[in-house]
Every structure is written in C-alpha cells, then in structure tokens.
Design a protein around this ligand. Sequence first.
Ligand code: G4P
Ligand code: NA
Ligand code: NA
Length: 192
Amino acid sequence: MELLKNKILNDGHALGKDILKVDSFLNHQLDIRLFEAMGEEFARRFKDVEVTKILTIETSGIAIAAVAAKYFDYCPVVFGKKNASLNLDKDIYTSEVYSFTKQQTYQIMVSKKYLNPEDKVLIIDDFLANGKAVEALEEIVKQSGAQLMGVGIAIEKGFQNGGKEIRASGIRLESLAIVDEMYEDGTIIFRD
Ligand code: G4P
Ligand code: NA
Ligand code: NA
C-alpha cells in the first residue's frame, strides 16, 4: 500500500536493523486519515470473504481494528485483553503470548460472550514480527469454534518469522507494507 509505505519512509525511523519506530502515526499519535485508508484497503483485499467480527489485541491493534470495522459493515471489534481484569471470570478463552521484545510470557483473554461458533473472524494487528500475538489470537478463535477468515497486518517485518509461518499454515495473510530490510543508516527496503 503506497500511502503507508510513503508514511513509513517519511515519518518512520529504523532503530538499528530490527525495530521500526512509527510513533508519530501508528503507535502513539494516530493518523486517522491513514487508518481509514488502511481500513479501506483491508476491505478491498478481503472483499471476497465474509467477516462478522474483527479480533485484535491491546494496545496498538485496537485503533486500527476500530477504524477498519467501518469498512466491514461496522462489524463488532473484540480485543484480547492483557490485563487481569477478566481473570476471575470463568467464561473466558485464554491463550499465552511469548514476547521476544519483553522476553516474557503473558496471558490474553477474551470473554466467551463475544466470540462464538457462528462468527467469521478477521484478525487485525499493527505489527507482525515473530507472530506470537497473532498465534495467540488464532488459538482463541479455535477455542471459540469460530471460523478464522484471515489475518490483516499494517506492517510486517519480513525478516522475522511470523509472516512465513502464518502463510505456511495456510491462513490467508494480507500485510499492507512488508519491510524486508533495514539498515543502521536508516534505509528501509520494502518487498514489492
Ligand atoms: P510478536 O511475536 O507478537 O510478533 O511480537 P514481539 O514479541 O516481537 O513484539 C512485541 C511487541 O512489539 C508487539 O506489540 C509488536 O507488535 C511490537 N513490535 C514488534 N516489532 C516492532 C517494531 O519493529 N516496531 C514497532 N513499533 N513495534 C514492534 P504488543 O506487545 O502487542 O504491544 P502494544 O504496543 O500493541 O501494546
Ligand atoms: Na500490537
Ligand atoms: Na505494538
């Protein structure tokens, strides 16, 4: 998606070879016009697919998923919670995420009220790196008996394994920008 790639080139910063900072439009300050264009693009790419619910994860996935829902007939957006506020509730799906960045495992939770076997689910998130967050969301979809229709990602880091693994598992994955290489001097190379 050219608009997103240009935004990354103009306003993003490669922090070394591994981390792409996009705080000014995606992770801290939010560019809603860009989010609307991303939502439209997700809808275009998944237009042959029925979606009744979008599933994402705290924190940064929520805004992207919420705006994208406008282009999926205003379907509900459900997000995996990282905080323990649902812990006492027995009617939850839970799954574990290992964060390479934080080098620790945490639980995510979704109430059983908000995902059921009739749902056709699109997972949306801001970044795809090692794919552990998406994997945990897939696990929650599986527990619910809902059907996973695909995964939509704003920025995939093509040099980490998440994208490769999701595609290999047969799940449809659409990433709006795939960064294949970053260099210490700030150069960012996209996949075509
Ligand atoms: P993964 O296995 O789920 O792919 O992610 P990993 O543990 O490697 O990364 C942890 C968090 O950092 C995730 O956000 C992920 O989206 C984000 N992240 C990974 N690589 C980058 C990057 O290059 N740039 C930026 N800006 N973010 C990156 P999270 O834990 O879900 O946190 P939140 O920010 O959504 O709350
Ligand atoms: Na995220
Ligand atoms: Na993030």
